[in-house]
Design a protein around this ligand. Structure first.
Ligand SMILES: [Zn+2]
Length: 453
């Protein structure tokens, strides 16, 4: 009997132990289970590489590859590839999108006319992801490397027919309010000149709304405030390779934004844009593209680290369209040539944007080119650089990119956007819902549907 009792006690003890262990296991994995059941993330982080097509990603992977190994190492982007996106706008005249219409598709779920921001053909505003999020008590933020009033961010928080009206858009950033507050809690990027103006001091108005105004990296990293207006350049921020120490990186800005927005238990929506992949590609500047993508990948690392720890976040990364018709390899001399010369690209310390600015000051593009690169130039290449029209910054830069593209066999078909599909990446809660091919407006509607109660 005693033996039987002790056996029974032992069994009961074991069962209790197993039950307790199960309870602990369920408690620990609760966020995972709850997210799996409804597939609704609490936080959404949308990352946009403006102009980042498939060839840009290939070029970047080759650039980041470790030449000491046989394999081509994957980038952080590669680990989260889930699909592709068609990027059309809704425009009779133009069947390739610009950044305003493209961002609007993601921000509202609607395809509209090029140049317009979250506004339909009749001039009616279309509600955006940010406006919807704010109405539901979520926190919102944007982090970009362009001026903060540029097309992509503007489509999320303003409504206007002309994307280039930067002052009007900046006015809307403070005038467009939900529950007496702007549509965002954190706004980081460039564009001081559109906020500190003679006719209106928007910086002061934001400060009156409880925002802290930041102008350099030190202030950004030290701030204790939850509402931030950080403008770190008069217009756009310098690219990573050209950056001064006082300018924050896209990763710095993303980390701080996440830190502030994630204080809200209701959740948050954050949009992060590597704005100038596009700008560099419009100028056929492969160095600028790679520099901006390196900044973007570092920002993605911060985002992934947060999302993995947090367990309630969906991260979606894509582009708004392709820019430049970039090709990794170019046989434009009429011969078949199977080579893209990375050594040429790796010989540079900084991009052609800085080279052009420096050349306009020193009056010598050849000397600036030689400062930036260890490449030895042919007489013909020297001639191109010496003949550049230094009175024009763009033409100065184009002389440098012409030499670099030819030497490295980097091909470009366009100074504008192209209509090819862009890659789609996702990780975190419900990322498996994103597998496959999407239209850009369909993806926008999906993001909005995640906010439905
Ligand atoms: Zn563009």
């Amino acid at each position: 009997m005693t033996r039987h009792t002790s056996k029974l006690q032992l069994t009961l003890l074991t069962l209790t132990g197993i039950f307790a262990a199960l309870l602990i296991a369920i408690a620990i994995s609760y966020p995972y289970f709850s997210a799996e059941i409804n597939h609704k993330p609490r936080n959404i982080i949308l990352m946009i590489g403006d102009g980042m097509g498939p060839a840009h990603l290939k070029a970047y992977r080759k650039f980041r590859d470790d030449p000491a190994t046989q394999v081509e190492e994957k980038t952080l982007f590669d680990q989260y590839l889930v699909g592709s996106v068609s990027t059309e706008s809704y425009d009779d005249q133009e069947n390739i999108t610009d950044s305003a219409a493209a961002a609007t598709a993601y921000a509202t779920g609607h395809r509209i006319l090029n140049d317009a921001l979250a506004i339909d053909a009749d001039g009616n505003p279309i509600e955006t992801l940010f406006e919807q999020a704010k109405k539901q008590g979520l926190s919102t933020g944007m982090v970009v490397t362009s001026q903060v009033v540029h097309a992509t961010p503007a489509a999320f928080v303003s409504h206007h027919t002309e994307r280039k009206d930067y002052n009007i858009i900046a006015d809307q950033y403070i005038d467009n309010q939900i529950n007496g507050q702007p549509v965002f809690d954190v706004l980081l990027g460039g564009g001081t000149k559109y906020f500190s103006r003679k006719d209106r001091d928007l910086v002061k108005e934001f400060e009156q709304k409880g925002f802290e105004f930041l102008t350099n990296k030190q202030q950004l990293l030290a701030t204790q405030n939850d509402k931030l207006l950080g403008l770190f350049a008069n217009k756009s921020l310098d690219k990573m390779w050209d950056r001064k120490p006082e300018t924050p990186s896209l990763a710095d800005m993303s980390r701080v934004a996440i830190d502030k927005l994630s204080q809200n238990p209701q959740g948050f929506v954050l949009m992060i844009e590597a704005s100038k992949i596009d700008w560099a590609a419009h100028e056929k500047d492969i160095l600028g593209v790679l520099s901006e993508m390196q900044d973007f990948e570092a920002a993605l690392k911060q985002v992934v680290e947060f999302a993995q720890k947090d367990g309630e976040t969906l991260v979606v990364l894509t582009a708004d369209h392709e820019t430049g018709g970039l090709s990794v390899g170019s046989g434009d001399s009429g011969e078949y040539f199977y080579y893209w010369d990375l050594d040429v690209i790796k010989s540079f310390k900084y991009t052609t944007a800085k080279m052009a600015t420096d050349a306009q000051q020193s009056g010598d593009l050849l000397a600036e080119f030689n400062k930036a690169s260890t490449l030895s130039l042919s007489d013909q290449e020297k001639h191109i650089l010496q003949q550049a029209d230094l009175s024009n910054w763009y033409l100065t830069r184009r002389a440098a990119t012409q030499v670099i593209n030819k030497r490295s066999f980097t091909g470009w078909t366009s100074f504008a956007h192209t209509g090819v599909d862009v890659n789609l990446y996702a990780m975190g809660v419900g990322h498996e819902q994103l597998y496959g091919h999407w239209d850009n407006d369909q993806l926008g509607r999906y993001l909005l549907s995640l906010l439905e109660e």
